[in-house]
Each structure stands twice: as structure tokens, then as C-alpha cells.
Design a protein around this ligand. Sequence first.
Ligand SMILES: Cc1cc2nc3c(=O)[nH]c(=O)nc-3n(C[C@H](O)[C@H](O)[C@H](O)COP(=O)(O)OP(=O)(O)OC[C@H]3O[C@@H](n4cnc5c(N)ncnc54)[C@H](O)[C@@H]3O)c2cc1C
Length: 447
Amino acid sequence: MPTSVTIIGSGLGGSFLAIALAKEGYSVTVFESRKDPRKNLKDAGKSFNLTLYYRGIQALKKLTIWQDVLRFAIKAEGNVCHSLESGLSFDPFDKTGNEVLYTIHRSDLNRTLITLAESAGVRFSFEHKFIDLDKKTKRATLKNLKTGKSKVVSFDFLIGADGVHSAVRPAIQKGRKASFQKEYESWGYKEVNLPIPLVKKLKLRKNSTHTWPRPDSLLIAFPNADKTFTLMLNLPLQGKDSFETLTTEQAIKAYISTVFPDLMPALSAITASVLHKPTGSFVTVYTEPWYYKDVALLIGDAAHGVIPFYGQGMCAAFEDVLVLVSYLKQFDKREAAFAAFQKERKRNTDVLASLSRDNFVELRDKSRSSVYIMRNKVNTALNKIFPFWLPPLYKLIAHDDQNYADAKERFDKQQKIAKVAGISLLTALLAAPFAIRSTVKRRSLSK
Ligand SMILES: Cc1cc2nc3c(=O)[nH]c(=O)nc-3n(C[C@H](O)[C@H](O)[C@H](O)COP(=O)(O)OP(=O)(O)OC[C@H]3O[C@@H](n4cnc5c(N)ncnc54)[C@H](O)[C@@H]3O)c2cc1C
């Protein structure tokens, strides 16, 4: 009899895990509280695009499903920056030929993964909500949301892939010494769909991301495979020009016309989204333990929710799966595999969580600063001269598959050496004249 696994959650991590375990010969059943996303084509509002970087692509290739996903993915050629001061500028992404970035709509990816899992023999029960776990008898209680009836299922082990607000997490940790920290950012997001006629009116460059750098807001538009775009509106939750104050058509019109005048053709779409779509939140989760004996384990956001400003949460969930599957093969005892998994992945995902928060602050506060922009440009130029020695941190995290903790350690070491060797000073000196020139130019333009 194959080992039976129950997975809670058919999101990105859960459905990817289902494929991986089915391919290894496990008997896999997935319970998901939402409707089948393949039948429920109308998205719930918070369905955003995802960026897919090297390590995510590598993971998909390892399961030999990259070609299935690629059908819905767009290779982003670069970013168009919509600056109030200096107008439009295009920055190509893949200057070196190995910094590839794809964007994909979350629901396209999720539907594809579920279909692939089903073809690999996985059974899905949608509209079944996880309620409770009996760790001693290895049974879970689920509620059928269509009938309101409860049912109990047995398994050899259970995996909680039920996201950042996991219900499996407290069930695993109940009655044990556990730590749990959930940190909310003071910003939130809304998604705006930009259909093809609007994309044309806005003159958005195809196969490119678009950003509108402004103080106290982050607007990013992602291209979709069907030539539409998805605009992600990131704003403070409270205060001036926040989701708390932009609550009338007039207020939104005044805000967009002043701060994002080139987005005025999309005003009615933006207004509809701001007024009627739910506000998404940015949450970081630090917790442990992630497992109970050989009975149950957490993966993905349930174990380590990170905010999306390094675009790595899904990649981290995919990497969890690959590490877990390799440890299940490597260790005779499942509990030892779970323990090793938590040790290895927590070390890495804690680093990712903190880098993602740092990057959010940088994007929010520093990315408009001339010194910051020029320092990045000089760093990139120096990396061309010393390609192995001085890769920037974003490159090690996004365009490499060295684990997050080792990548950060390598970067910190490099920085120390660069400081001693005077390269940091050289970077600052090289950046300074450009930064001054650009600040003077901006000031004269804004007069
Ligand atoms: C705004 C935003 C943008 C992002 N952008 C990126 C990006 O560009 N690149 C990237 O790599 N990552 C990104 N992420 C992160 C990425 O979405 C997550 O890391 C990833 O979805 C984690 O997968 P998961 O399976 O752990 O959780 P999820 O994908 O959230 O799936 C959890 C599933 O569990 C189900 N569920 C919940 N509770 C229950 C229950 N009680 N019973 C049954 N089912 C349940 C849910 O309905 C859901 O389907 C972003 C996240 C956000 C919020």
C-alpha cells in the first residue's frame, strides 16, 4: 500500500507538492476550502500576477512541468519607469543573458498545477475546509462547505500548505512549546485589471513591467499572456492618500490626476478597484515548530509567510517541496526528515523574510534617491568587471539558486572585503557626480 498523504490547501505550494509526491509514488489527497479555480474563472479580486525568477523556474524544470507553465508566462524584457520629473525610461532586465524574469497570472499557474497534479493521480476535494487535527489517531476533520457536513479522514501524514493564515499551524502546535509572530505592514494592495483597449490608450510597452515611483506609493503593472496588464496599487493603509482616505470617486480622481496623470485613462478601472475590491495585506510569519512527530508538517506560507518585495514567496514554497522530497528519500525515519527540513528551510526563509522587508523599505523610501540609483548602477558596472566576485544581492537572491542564507552570507563577506579594499568608497565616489547631476536636473525640471 502506498503511503497516504493528505495536503491541506491547493494553492501554489500545495499543488506543486501534490505533483512531486504523486511522482514519488505517494497516494495524495488534497482538500481546499475554495471552489475549483478551473470552474470559478471569475477571480476573487486579490489574484495578482507573480514574478517567476530563476529558482522557481529551476524547481518547475526539476518536476518536468516548466513547458506546461511556460504557455501562460511572459518573459519580461525590462521595466518602463514613469517618472514625474524625467518622463519615461526603459531599463532592460536581461543585460547579461542570465537574469531572466517571467510574469504569470497566479490563477493561470494555479489551474495548471492542479490539472497536472490530477493527471499524476492526485485527488482534489474543493470546498472542503480543514477544521481540526487529531495528532494521535492521524485523522483530520473537514467541513464540506456546500453541504455544511463534517467528515473525518485518515492519513499516514498530513501537510499544511494552507497559506499565511494557516489553520493547520495552530493544530500542529497545540499543547506544545511554540513560537509564533505575525507581522503586518502598514501598507496594503489592490489589483486593477487593464484590458487591451486601456493598455493601448495608456501606451504600455508590451512584455515589460511598468513602475511609477512616487513618494508614499508603489504602482507596478505586470504584462499578461493575453496582452492585458494587471496594475498593482500599493498604498499606506492609513493617513493622507491612503486606502483609508481614498474612499470617494472625487478623492480618487484628485489623487490620480495629481500624482499619476498619465494613468487618467484608467481612472474608472482604478476607482472601481479602490472602492470595491478587498484590500490585500502584507504579512510576515515567523514560527516554530513546523512539524509534529512523523504526523504533520507545514510548508510554504503557512510556515514562513514573506512579503512579496523580493518576488520570492512562491519560489521558496517550491524549494520547500524539493528539499522535503529529497529528505523523505534520504532519511529512514519520517520524523528525522521533518526535523532536518525545518532546520534547513527555517534558516533560509528567516533570511528571506528579513531581506523582503528591507527591500520593501528600499523601494518605498530610497528608490527615488539619486545616490541610491547611481550606487546601484555603479555596482552593476563593477559586477561586469568582477563578475564572480561582486554580484549584487538581488542577483544572488533572484537570479541564482544558491540557498538564501548562504547567498546573504556571501554578500556580507564581499561587502566587508570591498570596504577594506576601498571598493565601497570607489563606488560612492563614482556615484556622487552622477547623483549630483541628476538631482540638479530634477530640481530644474520641477521648477
Ligand atoms: C501581493 C502578493 C504578491 C506576490 N507576488 C509574488 C511574486 O511575484 N513571486 C513569488 O514568488 N511570490 C509572490 N507572492 C508570494 C506567493 O503568493 C506565496 O508565497 C505562495 O502563494 C505560497 O504558496 P502556499 O501554497 O504556501 O500558499 P497559498 O498559495 O496562499 O495557498 C494556500 C491555500 O490554502 C487554502 N486554505 C486556507 N485555509 C484553508 C483551510 N482551513 N482548509 C482548506 N484550505 C485552506 C487557501 O484557499 C489557498 O488556496 C506574493 C504574495 C502576495 C500577497
